[in-house]
Design a protein around this ligand. Structure first.
Ligand code: ADP
Length: 270
């Protein structure tokens, strides 16, 4: 894009109508390129499970007289169909969040309810790996938001924490109040994210390691969805991570006026 670098105290070098038009054109081109890439990516992502389903169906026809083989192929078809369903669901979520629909009104939402819902949705996957999810932090926080979107965002963070952690580890999720925001943090002691990838994991379809991600059934859309939820709420999401040690994702959402004051740790002034 066009960058205006300001040196000293004079007027910015790219001010004026010409620079504005240039900036608009560049921005329009960039948006168009992102859209083209996105459609190409979607096509590619859909091709893999659809291709696998076709091959499995063919193989099944060839093995019709062997019920055990048919069972095995049917199980793999179900797995591919699940993956396809998840991808389509996430694409729909993402397009809704990107403003294909008007944003629902922001209302007071209990953070505890959001956390409980997300823990509930990821509990089975965690249990299957012997992973414990510990809920802590300050109870009783209320944010301004859309409960379903917030639950989706925290669910995605927890699902990632489970997917990218070894068996029998612990995940912590909790909220605290800070400068007018609820900070919801999800901490795992998993594989972590290499420094050079940290800035990019919120991009659509970006995965640190394709082979590692596909074995977890990932789509590369989960964090893009979290980022959109955050920005729809006037909040943000950030990551701290250390390879081999683990990761903490922090989602910041504006507190509602309804949040009761905390007598133990008053908000710092300013
Ligand atoms: P995916 O569906 O592949 O998990 P996401 O958008 O949710 O897609 O995440 C993008 C990438 O960021 C993942 O493929 C993974 O490489 C990395 N990642 C996300 N969360 C974690 C985590 N908690 N620990 C380590 N890596 C993570």
């Amino acid at each position: 894009g066009v960058h205006a670098v300001r040196l000293g105290s004079g007027p910015p070098p790219t001010s004026g109508p010409v620079a504005l038009v240039l900036q608009d054109v560049t921005e329009a081109r960039r948006v168009e390129a992102v859209r083209r890439d996105f459609v190409a990516n979607v096509g590619h992502e859909l091709k893999t499970p659809v291709g696998a389903l076709g091959l499995l169906a063919e193989a099944m026809q060839g093995a019709a007289d062997d019920p055990e083989t048919v069972q095995r192929f049917a199980a793999r078809m179900a797995h591919e169909a699940d993956r396809l369903a998840r991808l389509v669901r996430e694409l729909i979520d993402l397009s809704r969040l990107q403003g294909a629909e008007p944003l629902p009104e922001l209302v007071p939402v209990d953070v505890d309810t959001v956390l409980a819902e997300a823990v509930d949705r990821t509990g089975l996957a965690a249990a299957a790996k012997g992973i414990t999810i510990a809920v802590g932090g300050r109870p009783g926080l209320v944010v301004r938001g859309v409960e379903a979107q917030l639950a989706t965002a925290v669910t995605n963070l927890l699902a990632n924490a489970v997917a990218y952690s070894p068996e029998n580890t612990r995940i912590a999720v909790g909220a605290r109040a800070r400068s007018g925001f609820a900070e919801i943090a999800v901490t795992d002691s998993g594989i972590g994210i290499p420094r050079q990838d940290r800035g990019r994991v919120f991009e659509r379809f970006y995965r640190v390691d394709q082979s590692r991600a596909s074995s977890t059934g990932g789509t590369g859309l989960g964090l893009a969805i979290v980022k959109h939820v955050a920005s729809n709420h006037g909040g943000s999401v950030t990551v701290w991570s250390e390879e081999g040690l683990g990761s903490t994702f922090t989602l910041r959402i504006p507190l509602a006026a309804e949040t009761p004051p905390d007598p133990d740790s008053p908000e710092p002034a300013g």
